[in-house]
Design a binder for this molecule. Structure first.
Ligand code: SF4
Length: 359
């Protein structure tokens, strides 16, 4: 069981993840992109953490210490340095930085297709800014398998990357993007057979895509539902909610069969309006299936509909902390640790406080 010190460390970790840090000279930021955050990557007491940079946050950094309203919290903070591979470019002049990014201290992450078939305002997930970084010119729309493999090789050789995450915007095809993802996995696996790769997809229309991704060389898989409450799903993800929870369950089951127990994960966002007890009950069901529920607080992000149009605030720290602790307890009882996943967000842990709770 975690002791009181661990509990308070989690509270600070959750609070700083929600409120962000100001005055941090973080060379490594992830502006916009897929999913729910735009963060500075830091080591918080030596552990990777993705923390929003917020000039109004009560948290600041001085002398490598995390301060709350000027007082030392007892936690050390270190900014993750700019990786060397960012300064390279492909033979046809595309900066490596536009092809893949360093997350936390040692994860290489790429969105192989930066467009989403559901990006029309009536369909888009309201927390997502996947096409924002494309509009800003900080990435390219489609990464070829060769480009992804070239960058992965450099990131491993120059910056000691130890795992890779590949996600994709949803395509209009029946595979929802899984086929191109499999080609990219295969290309990386050919040049770096020992680099663990996680793929992130929507439930594919044909479940055989899941085995294809495993055969291509992926070791873990994320099939991200974000919420298990259909009302919340319809409000926050009008397009994605047309994929039923039954389809998600079938995809998770197949993924556990193919990738193995605790090599499958899903995001659960706290703060979308779901009943916290139901969220925890849903997380327990996932755990029973062998799926790791990666609990992450919703965080406001410019460029998303939730922030620019709906003005939704971040959830209360206490609520996120309570849900995180309860899910962490269920994970520990089941013997499931994020660090046991070969690659991916659960293995990285930087966007959640679950790892502070021993999960
Ligand atoms: S948890 Fe996932 S999204 Fe967050 S920094 Fe790690 S790899 Fe990136």
């Amino acid at each position: 069981m975690p002791g009181p010190e661990q509990g308070s460390r989690t509270s600070t970790r959750v609070d700083v993840a929600i409120q962000g840090i100001r005055l941090l000279d973080a060379p490594l930021t992830r502006p916009n992109g897929a999913g729910p955050s735009a963060d500075g990557h830091v080591l918080l007491d030596g552990v990777g953490a993705a923390i929003p940079l917020n000039p109004r946050s009560p948290y600041s950094v001085s002398g490598g210490r995390l301060l709350l309203d000027g007082a030392d919290t007892g936690l050390g903070v270190e900014a993750v340095g700019r990786p060397r591979f960012y300064d390279l470019q492909t033979a046809d002049g595309v900066s490596y930085e536009k092809i893949a990014r360093l997350h936390a201290a040692n994860v290489l992450a790429t969105t192989v297709v930066q467009t989403c078939a559901r990006y029309d305002e009536s369909e888009r997930c309201r927390f997502c800014a996947i096409e924002q970084s494309l509009e800003q010119g900080s990435t390219i729309a489609v990464k070829t398998p060769q480009q992804v493999a070239e960058v992965a090789l450099a990131a491993v050789e120059l910056d000691g990357v130890t795992q890779m995450v590949m996600t994709t915007g949803t395509s209009r095809g029946r595979d929802r993007g899984a086929t191109h993802l499999a080609r990219c996995v295969r290309a990386v696996h050919e040049v770096l057979p020992d680099l663990p790769i996680q793929v992130q997809i929507e439930p594919p229309g044909d479940l055989a895509s899941i085995a294809e991704l495993r055969e291509a060389g992926a070791r873990s898989i994320g099939i991200h539902v974000e919420s298990l409450d259909d009302d919340v799903r319809r409000r926050w993800m009008p397009g994605k909610s047309t994929v039923s929870l039954d389809e998600y369950r079938a995809a998770w089951r197949e993924a556990v069969r193919v990738f193995g127990h605790n090599q499958v994960s899903t995001y659960l966002l706290v703060g979308l309006g779901e009943d916290p007890d139901e969220l925890v009950a849903g997380a327990r069901e996932l755990i029973d299936m062998g799926v790791y529920p990666f609990v992450v607080p919703f965080r406001p992000l410019e460029g998303t509909l939730a922030t620019d149009v709906d003005h939704v605030a971040a959830p209360a720290t206490a609520d996120v902390g309570r849900v995180t602790r309860q899910v962490a307890t269920a994970l520990r009882v089941a013997g499931m640790a994020g660090s046991d996943q070969a690659a991916g967000c659960a293995a990285c842990g930087a966007c959640s406080a679950l790892s502070c709770e021993g999960a």
